[in-house]
Design a protein. Structure first.
Length: 134
């Protein structure tokens, strides 16, 4: 039947997030809470955990920031891509890491106030700024 496949898919789904969380744990990054949809992600990341959602809605970035959330781990199936997060004026999500396992991808984002984000190519660019649309 289809039950073993479903169990297998679920394990793979968890595996990608676990790998992302373990990557975060190994980095020497600034302290801060991690938000995700699975409490165990905080355990694997060895950081205090907050829920990424309220009910079925993704929480706003400013609300997460008020709870001292600095990192977000999300799966591509659960609205993990940046575009799916509700845009919050004054905050940006910077992707730090992406890992794939069993057809799933999980991403580690850093939640940052807009004013401290540095565009990498500005300092070394000799010509006019690249025409990029975000």
């Amino acid at each position: 039947g289809s039950a073993p496949k479903t169990l297998h898919d679920h394990r793979e789904d968890v595996a990608a997030q676990r790998l992302a969380a373990e990557w975060l744990k190994e980095q020497d990054l600034a302290p801060g809470r991690v938000a995700s949809n699975k409490r165990r992600t905080g355990y694997y990341a060895n950081r205090p955990w907050r829920s990424l959602t309220r009910g079925s809605e993704l929480r706003q970035m400013d609300e997460l920031a008020r709870e001292r959330v600095r990192y977000i781990i999300a799966d591509d199936r659960e609205l993990g891509y940046r575009d799916h997060f509700p845009p919050t004026p004054g905050f940006v999500l910077q992707e730090l890491h992406r890992v794939s396992r069993g057809g799933r991808s999980a991403m580690v984002f850093e939640l940052l106030p807009q004013d401290i984000v540095v565009t990498p190519n500005i300092a070394i660019s000799a010509g006019p700024p690249a025409d990029e649309t975000h």
